[in-house]
Design a protein around this ligand. Structure first.
Ligand SMILES: [Zn+2]
Ligand SMILES: [Zn+2]
Length: 86
């Protein structure tokens, strides 16, 4: 019997470790993980059936707040905000 390993997000682990409550909501498929990366971390992921440009267009349309360094949740912007608030 094949077991589906849940896919732990490296960025979540890096940010706050893995809590018991997170385990139940971990993505189970690559698609779910990609969706999580885009929604939670604002990291665009190019899917197999799209070009890099299509991926970026889809990402910017779905997450316009990622355009703004004040609201973008990607690692770079998060780090920048941290350094600025020192
Ligand atoms: Zn994550
Ligand atoms: Zn950003």
């Amino acid at each position: 019997m094949a077991t589906t390993a849940r896919k732990a997000c490296k960025f979540c682990i890096m940010e706050h470790g893995l809590k018991g409550s997170d385990l139940a909501s971990l993505p189970e498929t690559d698609d779910e993980l990609y969706e999580h990366l885009e929604r939670v971390h604002h990291i665009p992921v190019q899917r197999e059936d799209e070009t890099e440009q299509q991926a970026m267009e889809r990402f910017w349309t779905a997450y316009p707040e990622a355009h703004n360094p004040a609201t973008c949740k990607c690692q770079v912007c998060t780090l920048n905000r941290l350094t600025q608030s020192l």
